[in-house]
Ligand binder design. Structure first.
Ligand SMILES: Nc1ncnc2c1ncn2[C@@H]1O[C@H](COP(=O)(O)OP(=O)(O)OP(=O)(O)O)[C@@H](O)[C@H]1O
Length: 912
């Protein structure tokens, strides 16, 4: 059968249009029919095209039951068949025919209703009709908001277009740019994300879109919104205006401005579900619960634990939040595969995660809105929206990841009490049926303690949580719809606690915003008559500002969230990183609710301190902030001038200003004067003091001198810098070689017209001589010093030796009577070490008690006079030479007798 099919395919390639043409009565293929055609291939193609085109005007969507009812080429038919696409969906029925007829299309249909084929089929057919080849370059462009969606579309294109001869390419960020460069100019159908396409348009030399025939914007409303506006405007300018354009989305744009940007020509608006009861798939069961912010994680955990056999997709607001929730759940080990997907991941990992989640039967994927649009992940049972979606459209796309193409699915939206009312209104307006369900408290799994211990035991985890905490709050803060997203209604402290953080991280953007609001309030409250009008004006303008702020915040939020979706540029991730830098500081505590209740007076008092900071406010301030700042800069400047004039004068003046702050600062002073003063003293004084420091002797207000200016000044005053005076031990100044060098250099400087080699040589020689002399002197002085030291040491040694013998003598004699044997030479001098043995063997005893004891032990000596002269063994050991003496000739005399005997002999000799 396969062989036959292959032959049949061959037949198709030769231009035959219908499989049945080649079958006999029994349904078998007729080989003869199949191979008998003698026509050239291009002739067959021409014939086929002519016939197809002939049928285009007669396309009636009502008559289309199967794909084969469309006038489609054999190759496309075969591709569709191979991919098991038999019956077109509603949007396909409607849109394909109109597209084949050459219309621009604005296609809208529910999620999972098959919009992808609705534009891919016309693309294949359009290029086939034009006999597009590789040499013709780019013929069709499909732009997707995310890499994953582009990848998925490319996969479908490969499936249904595999019998065509076109070249197709996936051009998305994070892939090999050089490889793409080599191929993109030869690619007929490019599926891409806006950023990467623009990069090629800018950088790839031979890539041109001049021949483009068809442009598709998948998720068109997203592609055309602010997040991509810059890239898209640039891309559109590079495209030929003569082309066919298709815009598809479940939440289609009808903005005339958008359509004008794309220069659509009489576009056909195809919205197949416009009159449907609901804008979400009918088989989707949608629920919501209301829970406090600090309960969210445990609700999620409890849900996962009770749905371990499901495939669940969990949406959160930003990538830091994904990382945190993923890491938390991973560490808690719910017993199911857990995955994460966000723009901060590299492309390979993203594709890997996407494929893994597609393959898995039971798994949980935590993702940002990069997974919200277009992704066709099979068999997702649940979509959980842990963080409230930006708007109803985002909700539709998120829940659309389940209940796709006639399948069933469920969704759960987790709302905070502050979000409930406004969000439900939005959903209702969009015909989205959601039903409230309640969490059974008995089924809740508390995780607080685990989180506490995780944060306490792992600093990196704690940091992750801190970052996520701030990132989440920032995402709420940046959301445009303040009815839904009111950060001031959140108990951030409790939320921090619930995440396991002992202290709430600092929320800088909130503090900045508060300062700004306070500043605006301060300006409005200025009472002076001249400013009555301007005050009211400024009030108006403030309203304008706040409106502007709201709108631009909303823009920002769009950008932020959209960029967070944009996997391609992953700027959102950068956004997150920005705020993380801020967020990493976790000291301080912000209790929003309390702050909200601050009295006006105290806020006013704070204004003074904050107004100075405003100028230096974060460089990452948004445009809206800049606008506000610019608009009220005149007022601010004036206020600051007042402040400076109040502080720049004498202290008396400062006191005055304190006494009459109304006059000085143009503030309404209420009964709460004390608080006002204290606050100012506490918070503005720093700046005031700075001002005073700078301005007190206002005439002396000087600029800090630059290094160059300082050097010049010193030179003028003839101060020699970098001179070193070296003193010797006696306090004498030592000549310094450096001095000589400096002098020499000075001569060089004086010698105009460059360096004179001869003079230089001479100076070098002189310097060399000087160095040598200096060296010799130092060495001589050093040697002298050493000699002196040595002598001193010897002298000291001698002294000790003398004193030693003295001590021995004294200790050995009777204190009352002098030593009767003084004439006897010192035995130390008489006996050397050699005499030791004899001494040991004699009846000697120590001279001092201790020594006596020792010797008694050793020898059991008999005491007696002789003891006195006998140095202890120790002493002998210490001074072995003391017991040796010599004759004039230097020979050592040793009688071999004891000292006593020697004495006897000596006396006898003397008597003689
Ligand atoms: N004619 C068809 N026959 C059978 N299955 C189809 C047909 N058309 C589309 N599908 C399947 O329906 C699913 C959804 O299709 P697709 O992704 O094109 O929907 P979509 O409308 O683009 O959704 P989204 O709005 O979420 O982007 C896919 O799995 C696709 O294979």
């Amino acid at each position: 059968m396969n062989n036959k099919l292959n032959k049949f395919k061959g037949g198709l390639k030769r231009g035959f249009k219908n499989q049945d043409d080649f079958k006999g009565k029994k349904g078998k293929f007729k080989k003869k029919e199949l191979y008998k055609s003698k026509k050239k291939p291009w002739e067959l193609i021409d014939e086929e095209l002519a016939e197809l085109q002939q049928r285009y005007p007669q396309i009636d969507s009502a008559n289309i039951k199967k794909f084969t009812d469309f006038p489609l080429s054999g190759k496309t038919q075969e591709g569709l068949k191979g991919a098991n696409y038999d019956t077109p969906t509603e949007i396909q029925q409607e849109a394909i025919g109109l597209a084949l007829q050459g219309n621009d299309i604005l296609g809208a249909a529910k999620t999972g209703s098959g919009k992808t084929l609705a534009f891919l089929i016309p693309i294949l057919e359009g290029l086939y009709r034009l006999k597009w080849s590789q040499l013709d370059g780019l013929g069709a462009l499909i732009i997707s908001p995310t890499r994953e969606l582009a990848y998925q579309t490319f996969e479908v294109l490969k499936k249904i277009g595999k019998f065509h001869d076109f070249s197709a390419g996936l051009v998305i960020g994070g892939k090999f740019l050089r490889e793409e460069r080599d191929r993109i100019s030869r690619t007929n159908i490019v599926v891409c994300t806006p950023g990467r396409l623009l990069q090629h348009m800018d950088e790839t030399v031979n890539f041109t879109a001049d021949g483009l025939q068809m442009l598709v914007l998948d998720e068109a409303d997203r592609i055309l919104d602010l997040g991509f506006s810059q890239s898209m405007n640039a891309i559109i300018t590079n495209l030929p205006s003569e082309r066919q354009t298709f815009l598809f989305s479940a939440t289609q744009t009808k903005s005339v401005k958008d359509l004008a940007r794309l220069s659509l020509k009489d576009p056909m608006y195809v919205s197949v579900h416009e009159n449907a009861e609901h804008s979400t798939p009918s088989r989707l069961e949608q629920n919501y619960i209301v829970c406090e912010l600090h309960e969210k994680l445990s609700v999620l955990w409890s849900f996962l634990k009770s749905h371990l056999k499901s495939k669940i997709l969990v949406f959160v607001s930003c990538c830091k939040q994904v990382k945190m929730v993923f890491e938390t759940m991973r560490r808690l080990r719910p017993g199911v595969t857990i995955l994460e997907l966000h723009g901060g991941m590299n492309q390979l990992k993203r594709v890997d995660v996407y494929n893994k989640f597609c393959r898995k039967q039971n798994a949980v994927l935590f993702a940002t809105d990069i997974a919200a649009r277009g992704l066709d992940i099979p068999a997702v049972n649940w979509v959980i929206q842990l963080d409230c979606p930006e708007d109803a459209n985002t909700y539709i796309h998120r829940v659309g990841r389940t209940a796709r193409f006639e399948k069933e699915g469920e969704s759960l939206l987790i709302l905070l009490p502050s979000e409930e009312r406004a969000m439900l209104q939005q959903l209702q307006a969009k015909k989205i049926p959601v039903e409230r369900i309640r969490v059974n408290p008995k089924k809740m799994w508390p995780i607080q303690q685990k989180l506490d211990s995780l944060c306490a035991s792992d600093p990196s985890f704690k940091e992750l949580v801190q970052r996520a905490f701030v990132a989440y709050l920032r995402s709420v803060f940046l959301m445009g719809n303040k009815d839904v997203f009111d950060i001031h209604k959140l108990d951030t402290d409790l939320y921090a606690r619930s995440l396991g953080l002992a202290i709430s991280p600092k929320i800088r953007f909130l503090q900045r915003e508060k300062r700004k609001n306070a500043k605006v309030e301060k300006i409005i409250s200025r009472p002076d008559a001249q400013n009555v009008k301007s005050s009211s004006d400024s009030e108006d303008s403030e309203k304008g500002h706040s409106e502007k702020m709201d709108s631009s915040e909303s823009e920002n939020s769009d950008v932020s969230s959209s960029e967070s979706e944009d996997s391609e540029d992953s700027d959102s991730e950068n956004n997150c990183s920005h705020l993380d830098v801020n967020s990493s500081e976790n000291t301080g505590k912000v209790v929003i609710n309390k702050e909200q209740n601050l009295k006006n007076e105290s806020e006013k008092a704070k204004i003074i301190s904050d107004s100075s900071d405003d100028e230096n406010s974060d460089s990452s301030a948004t445009d809206s902030e800049a606008v506000i700042h610019a608009n009220r800069s005149a007022e601010t400047e004036r206020t600051q001038k007042h402040m400076k004039s109040a502080t720049s004068g004498s202290s008396e003046k400062t006191n005055k200003s304190k006494n009459n702050p109304e006059k000085t600062f143009n503030f309404d002073v209420t009964e709460d004067d004390e608080l006002f003063t204290v606050k100012r003293n506490m918070e503005i004084d720093e700046e005031e003091v700075d001002d005073i420091k700078l301005t007190k002797p206002s005439a002396d207000k000087k600029k800090p001198l630059s290094k160059f200016a300082t050097a010049k000044k010193l030179q003028k005053k003839n101060v020699k810098v970098n001179t070193k005076v070296v003193f010797d031990d006696d306090g004498e100044i030592l000549p310094d070689a450096m001095k000589q060098s400096v002098l020499v250099q000075a001569e060089y400087v004086e010698n105009e017209g460059g360096i004179n080699i001869e003079v230089a040589k001479r100076h070098m020689k002189e310097e060399d001589k000087f160095d040598k002399k200096l060296y010799r002197e130092r060495i001589t002085a050093k040697h002298k010093q050493e000699r002196i030291k040595k002598k001193e040491k010897e002298r000291a040694k001698k002294k000790i030796a003398d004193s030693d013998s003295e001590v021995e003598a004294i200790l050995g004699q009777d204190e009352d009577m002098g030593n009767p044997l003084d004439f006897i030479p010192d035995p130390d001098k008489l006996y050397g070490s050699d005499s030791e043995g004899s001494v040991d063997g004699s009846d000697s005893s120590g001279s001092d008690s201790s020594d006596d004891d020792e010797e008694e032990e050793e020898d059991g000596g008999d005491g007696g006079r002789m003891q006195t002269f006998e140095p202890s063994v120790k002493k002998r050991k210490k001074n072995p030479n003391k017991y040796t003496t010599g004759h004039a000739d230097g020979a050592i005399m040793d009688t071999g007798l004891s000292l006593y005997d020697d004495e006897e002999i000596a006396l006898k000799l003397l008597q003689k």
